[in-house]
Ligand binder design. Sequence first.
Ligand SMILES: [Zn+2]
Length: 269
Amino acid sequence: MKFTNSSLVVYRKISPNKTSRNHKIDTITIHCMAGNLSIETCGNVFASSSRKASSNYGIGTDGRIALYVEEKDRSWASSNAKNDHRAVTIEVANDGGVPNWHVSDMAIASLIELVTDICKRNCIKKLVWSTNKTDRINHLHGCNMTVHRDFAAKACPGNYLYNLHNYIAEQVNERLGVKTAPTNAAIIPESNPYKEPTTNIRRGTRGEGAKWVQWCLWRFGLLDKAGIDGVIGPKSEAAISVAQKMLDLKVDGIVGNNTRQTFKQTFIK
Ligand SMILES: [Zn+2]
């Protein structure tokens, strides 16, 4: 396996905190610096061998990208050797503090470009995020993004970045030319807590059956969790139509038998 580094890098300071990589790169792990460090300052932190920490790349609030550990080597970033042997790790600066650890738009834009470049060079065809930790750490359903909090009692990557993972995957996949639904790939079946309806669910329907449908729409990323209110209004109706379009069903905004069976196969365990 031949490893290369990103040409988006504008600053290089190779850290002594690294090991030879023993796995091909098939995972992306995005971290937060928990501070507004410039890429030079972060490089100085990782340059200290007593620090025993590093990452492959760093991104500043200004969007500039640094290389600290070449891709051929495993960084010491995620409190998990196995993960770091297969992952490219990226530290992103925070322009906000606790509890969300906000990240600048420029840093996010650079992050999307960098991850796209990493995927292209390492033949990662599609980026798949899951909000389920078990899926992430076991790489189930094609999931190939992990986070530091999966392996240690840490807030990293912070709530702001954590909540952007789906968006980042979508943006990267668009650049990779992958066709995806808005929720992105893996929709992992779960049990629907509501009772399956036996009649058509349409605008104006109220009750448990409406909730069953809204739960499916929420799983598809088409409705907020607060939208599971047991009343099919214009928002739910529009979401049903979008779901039907994406699932290649007849688009009428009504959940009849056909749509219901497809929802079951797609979203429910
Ligand atoms: Zn971290």
